[in-house]
Design a protein around this ligand. Structure first.
Ligand code: MTE
Length: 316
């Protein structure tokens, strides 16, 4: 930790702040209402339909910046966000993930939403984009390993998707599952002791919180495969492993679901996993983080990763 300056709070130098004018020139939000795909009527896309919808959806990016989640921070250089990835289904070497995703097919991409709900359904990821439209939000991502990024995501609130299914009162948790296609995901076979597929979960109130986001894009374009194309979760106040990638299944469940990291080590990766500088990981401190792509800048980690709005979820 030599040559490391720890600044108070969530400090960023002047040079790390993007001039506001850059954002003002952003494309206006396209009218997406009325473009939505229907629900439940056998409208699952085939290969050609998904490709056509994906092409049409390109016009929607980057989406209007949501003023509430626009902190005017300079975002992490894109080459870091797309070239330094945690996606164990492909590789445990963060710099190699981008080179291992070539065979991964993300179109068509049917997602099943079911479990304890009145209206389970299946919908292609591209139809979700067409139906919900997209907005852009800048969020911090804090990996449990002690580094952070500031990322401009495109997508929509998870709540909008979940509400369509009308969860029943018995539903207390939401479980998420990543695709498991070993032929296309070479990392799976290299970690046979892992409880694949990758799974994650949230309490229903956490899943319905406005901050919980389904990302379909990044840096104004659809997600790259290494970042979890075509849809992933972004839960900015929790450690990055809760932000599960390439989701194929969403289920409403009664009991706290088993998750991959929690099954591997419940002490190191608790189910709740809210960012908390006061709670060290058993093998390292969580008091500060290195901002990737910012010349070794280290900042103090904030409780809930700075998203204090969520504190109400945890008053017991
Ligand atoms: N989702 C899946 N399916 N597999 C993974 O290995 N890694 C998680 C999370 N989602 C992971 C995943 C971790 S540890 C982090 S920090 C983030 O993805 C990293 O997202 P990024 O590569 O887009 O920065």
């Amino acid at each position: 930790m030599a040559n490391v300056i720890i600044r108070p709070d969530w400090y960023l130098p002047e040079s790390a702040v993007t001039p506001e004018a850059v954002y003002r020139n952003r494309r206006q939000f396209l009218k997406t209402l009325g473009m939505g795909a229907g629900l439940g009527g056998g409208l699952l896309a085939g290969d050609a339909t998904a490709a056509a919808t994906a092409k049409e959806n390109l016009k929607l990016y980057p989406g209007k910046r949501n003023a509430k989640y626009n902190p005017n921070f300079r975002t992490t250089p894109q080459q870091w966000a797309t070239g330094f990835n945690n996606f164990y289904e492909f590789s445990t070497d963060k710099f190699q993930v981008q080179r291992m995703v070539g065979a991964f097919r993300t179109e068509p991409w049917p997602v099943t939403i079911g479990g304890l709900c009145k209206k389970p359904f299946k919908m292609d990821a591209q139809d979700m984009v067409a139906k919900f439209g997209i907005e852009e939000r800048v969020h911090r991502l804090r990996c449990v390993e002690g580094w952070g990024m500031i990322l401009p995501w495109s997508g929509f609130s998870l709540r909008r998707l979940l509400e369509l299914a009308e969860p029943t009162k018995e539903a207390r948790y939401v479980k998420f599952t990543t695709a498991m296609i070993p032929r296309q995901m070479p990392g799976i076979a290299r970690l046979p002791q892992y409880p694949w597929p990758y799974t994650e979960g949230l309490r229903i109130a956490e899943a319905m919180h406005d901050l919980t986001f389904v990302a379909t894009g990044m840096y104004g374009k659809p997600l790259l495969k290494q970042n979890g194309a075509p849809i992933r979760l972004v839960v900015p106040w929790k450690y990055g492993y809760k932000s599960i990638k390439s989701i194929v299944k969403i289920e409403f469940v009664r009991k706290q679901p088993k998750t991959l990291w929690n099954t591997l080590s419940a002490v190191e990766y608790p189910f709740e996993s809210n960012v908390d500088p006061a709670k060290p990981h058993p093998r390292w401190s969580q008091a500060s983080e290195e901002m990737k792509g910012m010349n070794g800048l280290r900042v103090r980690t904030l409780k809930y990763n700075g998203y204090r709005d969520v504190a109400g979820l945890y008053r017991r």
